[in-house]
Design a protein around this ligand. Structure first.
Ligand code: CA
Length: 516
């Protein structure tokens, strides 16, 4: 009898316990995601690199920029010092972000425009946003998309491109191509920073005549406030914000906010372009003040979104990322092209991530690449079981949590593709893999081929001794360092089933039989 009473009492306690905590095995709340990636924002252009706590974090000097909001955020975030954009131009990076695949598999090997049907986000790919949609998230996309082959589907003028230029770059993305994004406020690609336009869920076009990052931050804040019932407040949210600045043009006050320009306008070119590899005689050198003004403005608009998360009590339950699709050379190495090269100014990007489950204020030299973003963020969000099987990137959640990870990579693959063959109407029907390379913590190497697949150029830098990459070393096939770097490259070419691996390109230089 006594035993029975004791047992009943245990059952009562257990039942009360269940009632108090709501269920016997409560599901942890899913975290929100806010992913902000301005375009062409180079890693060096963040003010905190020159502040205490970041000495020598990136081996070279940081740009003389004011980014107080990013600096504050960095102090609470995990900051990656070696994040790269594997194919450092717009569309290929974005394809990898959404699919977790390298550009050869994502469907997006080249920048998208109406001459390149060969480059368009695969409709059948299970994208990051598809997974979030399936997992019960409110999903939203704001800003530049630039992931589809533009079609003549202007919702205002049916049968026409939204972009009058030839080839058309800008595009309207109909609902069936939005890959699970439920709330849409976006455009294809358009570079007039104070005269942007957007298409909403229904295809209505808005032309707000406002500096685009400010306008987009306003839209994001309104979405978070849910003033118009844009989202289901019972569900977590996943918000992607692709601001166009500091992408060019950066020529005048037409491209940035005057208060930001005033921070830089009285500085000499040599005070702004402080990297010893910068060519101060280039025409572009005078534009540095406008580029940095856009950087400062983007930092402020990022900070406004952060403030909204804090005001609504969601800051501690939101995975927040600040990064970019590629960097910006800004006169380094004397080249005009801001991107699409292996130099650190273009290849490296910012990557700051904050979530209470990650150890804060920690610099990590993890060499992470574009296809790793989706699996890693799904891992951080506790959704690792839903990483699509086709994903080629790696989930580095353990690294971000400060745990040891045997999968920590030694290098990242560099990819540069150009247009391949064209059909009789001039449309590009395949791509040519003109250059491949790798970067390790110590070296950067690139091999470039001509149309006959012969070696026509190399870049090879000792990034320890020569962090500004000013001394292009000779590439010798019997150099053990070169052999080791090319082994690393074979590992990635094989993993991504790259055309170089498929066709065994430069097999007189590269031993495809001995990957790591
Ligand atoms: Ca871009």
């Amino acid at each position: 009898m006594k035993f029975k009473i004791k047992n009943s009492w245990i059952i009562v306690c257990y039942t009360v316990g269940i009632l108090l905590c709501g269920c016997s095995n409560p599901e942890p709340a899913k975290p929100n995601l806010v992913y902000i990636f301005p375009d062409q924002f180079r890693k060096q252009a963040m003010g905190f690199w020159e502040k205490p706590g970041y000495e020598n974090a990136i081996r070279t000097i940081g740009d003389p920029v004011e980014t107080p909001e990013l600096d504050r955020f960095a102090n609470e975030a995990v900051v990656l010092t070696n994040m790269v954009s594997n194919a450092p131009i717009c569309s290929p990076h974005r394809g990898s972000l959404l699919t977790g695949m390298f550009p050869g598999a994502s469907g997006v090997p080249l920048n998208c425009n109406s001459n390149r049907p060969v480059s368009s986000l695969r409709k059948d790919a299970v994208c990051f946003s598809d997974v979030l949609d399936q997992q019960g998230y409110n999903t939203a996309y704001f800003g530049k998309w630039h992931l589809d082959y533009p079609k003549p589907n202007d919702p205002i003028n049916p049968g026409n491109y939204v972009d009058p230029r030839t080839p058309a770059w800008d595009a309207y993305t109909p609902e069936e191509d939005r890959h699970g994004f439920q709330h849409w406020y976006s455009y294809g690609t358009w570079d007039v920073h104070k005269d942007p336009h957007y298409y909403n869920n229904q295809g209505q076009r808005t032309e707000p005549k406002e500096w685009s990052p400010k306008h987009e931050a306003n839209q994001v804040i309104a979405y978070l406030k849910n003033e118009k019932g844009q989202r289901d407040p019972e569900k977590p949210f996943a918000v992607f914000v692709s601001m166009n600045p500091p992408h060019n043009p950066y020529n005048s006050l037409n491209d940035c906010e005057e208060k930001d320009y005033n921070l830089y306008k009285d500085k000499l070119t040599k005070e702004l372009l402080v990297r010893p590899n910068a060519d101060l005689e280039m025409d572009k050198a005078r534009k540095a003040a406008f580029y940095f003004a856009n950087v400062t403005g983007v930092s402020r608009e990022f900070g406004r979104i952060i403030d909204q998360l804090k005001n609504m009590g969601e800051y501690e339950n939101t995975v927040i990322v600040f990064t970019s699709d590629h960097g910006e050379t800004m006169c380094s190495h004397g080249i005009n092209d801001p991107k699409n090269n292996i130099y650190t100014e273009a290849f490296d990007v910012p990557f700051l991530i904050r979530y209470p489950g990650l150890k804060a204020h920690r610099l990590d030299d993890l060499i992470m690449g574009s296809p790793d973003i989706m699996p890693t963020l799904l891992g951080v969000m506790g959704l690792q079981d839903f990483i699509p099987t086709e994903v080629q990137g790696t989930n580095y959640t353990r690294v971000l949590k400060g745990e040891s990870d045997k999968n920590r990579p030694k290098s990242a693959l560099y990819i540069r593709n150009i247009d391949g063959q064209k059909d009789s109407s001039g449309k590009v029907i395949d791509y040519f893999p003109v250059a491949r390379g790798v970067k390790t913590h110590s070296y950067t190497i690139e091999l470039q081929i001509d149309s006959n697949q012969k070696l026509v150029g190399t870049k090879f830098f000792n990034d320890i001794d020569d962090p500004y990459q000013m001394n292009n070393l000779p590439v010798k096939s019997d150099d053990p360092v070169v052999i080791g770097l090319l082994k690393e490259m074979v590992y990635w070419l094989k993993k991504s089933d790259d055309p170089w691996y498929q066709q065994k390109i430069l097999s007189d230089w590269i031993d495809y039989k001995t990957d790591l």
